[in-house]
Design a protein around this ligand. Structure first.
Ligand code: FAD
Length: 394
């Protein structure tokens, strides 16, 4: 636990530094919605490059790799202070900053950390997550992209799908199978894949909000040097679990919904029916429950506990809140919201993006399975293929 005085002086020092770099946040500015409709990467790159020298975007990364070397509590102060300033939508960089960077810190070697982390933090290099395949989503360990050894490297063949932002990613965190005779979790290897390698084809998929958010990625005999392999062959599943635990953490916490959005919604509701007001109050209560749980997770992290199944609870609650808020806003705004000229506002975007939250980062059903088994202690699902060679069941 840190001294309150130390945290307050950190807060004052940060405000003084950031006042020289960024504009204070205007509470009426619309909030970005998970990258919806974002094609212009210039503003995000500029913002990240501005903050990179101070390490503010990655406060808990070691100073050696451009972070501030802070633990959970002061790092939380940095995030809270940053939220007081205008920021562009950083969604395209979040896979790199929130998921891949911490995964490389946990599983990469020193050369990889020195090579990959600075460009993630500065926003220069965008990363994507090459995990899901047409036949491996919830059952990710059933993935079948193949990695075959070839001299000083590997040949990769297979296809990935739903790969967010692959169309402008420089690197992808890739999972592939190097040994089909091993049980499915044991035969996996992880790589950093240079997306410009010969044999990589990226085909965007357009969603209902017209955003080409994610892609199919085809890998046709792609050569990857062994120096881009992350951790040992056979440790790929552990790399995946590390990355997924960071993903659940980043998708929890109300998914970036801010109190000012709730207040804007309350203004829209002024003079409307009691039914809508009742729904708003329920959402406000959910919002506070999410915040209190976040505090509890932070306290647990400070006490040295590694993240547990509570990430699944946070993700479920955050998803339900965003869906409910977006539906409420649509009920109040009605058809006018979608017909507005100048493009959709933050609520329309949120409404159109919200169904995907129940799928990405592990579906609602999978989060409930985790809670059922690991929190409530209910009997585990039958997993007959867990200890058999991969080839026996696929
Ligand atoms: C917006 C968005 C962005 C994404 N970005 C990425 C990305 O960048 N990289 C990436 O690798 N993937 C990405 N994904 C893919 C995502 O991780 C998968 O869609 C997800 O894991 C579900 O897999 P699936 O689509 O194959 O569905 P399936 O696994 O086929 O599931 C179909 C249905 O069956 C249910 N189901 C499956 N198994 C069980 C079970 N054991 N018990 C109960 N119900 C079950 C599911 O809940 C679901 O309702 C993204 C998805 C979305 C929507």
């Amino acid at each position: 636990m840190h001294d309150k005085g130390d945290l307050a002086s950190l807060e004052h020092r940060l405000e003084a530094e950031l006042d020289g770099l960024l504009e204070r946040r205007n509470p009426d500015s619309p909030l970005a919605v998970l990258g919806a409709g974002l094609d212009d990467l210039g503003a995000g790159r500029k913002y990240l490059a501005t903050l990179a020298p101070g390490g503010y975007i990655t406060p808990n990364w070691p100073a050696l790799y451009g972070g501030m070397g802070l633990d959970e509590e002061p790092a939380g102060v940095v995030k809270a202070v940053l939220a007081r300033y205008e920021a562009p939508d950083l969604y395209p960089w979040m896979v790199g900053i929130d998921l891949v960077g911490p995964t490389i810190l946990a599983h990469g070697n020193d050369e990889q950390k020195a090579r990959w982390l600075p460009a993630i933090r500065s926003g220069e290099e965008i990363w994507c997550q090459l995990f899901s395949e047409p036949d491996a989503g919830s059952d990710l360990a059933g993935l079948s992209a193949r990695a075959a050894r070839d001299g000083q490297g590997w040949r990769i063949t297979g296809s990935k799908v739903w790969t967010s932002r692959a169309h402008y990613s420089k690197w992808g965190l890739l999972l592939a199978r190097f040994d089909t005779s091993l049980p499915k979790h044991q035969g996996i290897v992880a790589f950093g894949l240079d997306m410009a390698s010969p044999g990589v084809t990226v085909k965007p998929l357009v969603q209902m909000n017209k955003d080409a958010h994610f892609n199919e990625v085809f890998l046709d005999d792609v050569w990857v040097p062994d120096s881009d392999r992350i951790d040992e062959p056979g440790r790929g599943w552990s790399v995946a679990l590390t990355c997924l635990s960071f993903e659940r953490g980043s998708l929890g916490g109300g998914l970036g919904v801010r109190r000012e959005q709730l207040l804007r919604l309350a203004e829209m509701l002024y003079g409307k029916t009691d039914v809508h007001r009742d729904a708003l109050i329920k959402n406000l209560i959910s919002y506070d429950v999410i915040r209190f749980n976040e505090e509890r997770s932070k306290a647990a992290a400070l006490a040295g506990r590694t993240p547990g199944p509570e990430g699944s609870g946070s993700k479920l609650r955050g998803t339900a809140l965003v869906k409910s808020l977006a539906s409420l806003a649509m009920a109040v705004e009605g058809g006018a919201a979608t017909a507005r000229s100048g493009g959709p506002d933050e609520w329309v975007n949120m409404f159109l993006v919200s169904p995907s939250l129940s799928i990405r980062g592990g579906t609602d059903e999978i989060q409930r399975n985790i809670l059922a088994e690991r929190v409530l202690g209910l009997p585990a699902e039958p997993r007959v293929d867990k200890s058999r060679p991969f080839t026996d069941s696929h």
